[in-house]
Design a protein around this ligand. Structure first.
Ligand SMILES: [Zn+2]
Length: 271
């Protein structure tokens, strides 16, 4: 039934391959592929029960982001380890048995590197990645780009969401009660992706970035930051493999309200 919703021509055009659960389990690790468990459309509608186990997700990628079962915080995948940033800002290591309703990961190799030598606003960080993706990687505008920025950061504005109970409210209601906090100055890593506009409904278009401090005392979904100095590594993922949980189809672009997605998941600028 879920497969009926998928328009194969559209999927081909988006470089998205829809996989069944079994397909995801048999997927191979490839640096040119980003793999997603769950869909944003399902998440927006309140599908917070995790379907994929983190152990399976980590097998397919060592860098990425998402959320965890019951929407119990922001997920950060860094160097093959999964961390949750809870609504109160606490950072906790996650076991492989924890489930996720939405996660995107890739096998990160860092095909290009950009040095940050003077403070960058978040928009300037986006611009630097856009430029490097275009000039160093020759990545088309509609490629998914994976980002790993390490260094010193200031004025981080981070957020997370609180664990939800059934019946689950839609995401916009949850995010209306999100917690936000500021981190004045710290060293750490920003991980995430640039998703093309054509993936609206499957992903948040534009940049989606999460942060984790080196001492694992702070993290979250990035709403704003200044990068003081450091190194930004990136790579293009030509394909996005999407696992479809039972009963969920790939959203068609426009099927998800763009303004709604920006309200809920925004925080970075869209390109
Ligand atoms: Zn996020």
């Amino acid at each position: 039934m879920a497969r009926d919703i998928v328009d194969e021509r559209l999927v081909g055009a988006l470089h998205v391959r829809a996989l069944t659960r079994a397909g995801l389990q048999h997927d191979t690790v490839d640096e040119h592929v980003a793999v997603q468990a769950g869909t944003l459309a399902a998440l927006l509608e309140g599908g917070y029960d995790g379907d994929a186990m983190l152990a399976e997700v980590l097998r397919l990628g060592d860098l990425g982001l998402g959320t965890v079962q019951h929407l119990d915080g922001e997920l950060v995948v860094l160097d093959g380890e999964a961390w949750a940033v809870r609504a109160d800002g606490r950072v906790e290591a996650l076991a492989g048995s924890v489930r996720t309703p939405f996660a995107v990961v890739c096998q990160f190799v860092g095909a290009a590197t950009v040095r940050c030598e003077e403070p960058w606003t978040l928009a300037e960080l986006h611009d630097a990645v856009d430029r490097a993706a275009r000039t160093d990687l020759g990545a088309p505008h509609d490629d998914v780009v994976a980002v790993r920025a390490t260094g010193r950061f200031r004025d981080l504005r981070l957020r997370s969401v609180a664990r939800q109970q059934r019946p689950y409210p839609p995401l916009h209601e949850v995010v209306a009660h999100q917690t936000e906090w500021q981190v004045g100055s710290t060293t750490g890593t920003v991980v995430g992706f640039r998703f093309p506009d054509t993936l609206a409904g499957v992903e948040v278009p534009g940049y989606h970035l999460h942060f984790l401090s080196d001492d694992r005392s702070a993290g979250g979904h990035v709403l704003d930051l200044t990068m003081l100095d450091g190194e930004v590594r990136l790579q293009a993922c030509e394909d996005l493999h999407v696992e479809l949980p039972a009963g969920v189809g790939l959203g068609t672009p426009g099927a998800v309200d763009r303004d709604e997605v920006q309200r809920v998941e925004g925080g970075g600028s869209t390109r």
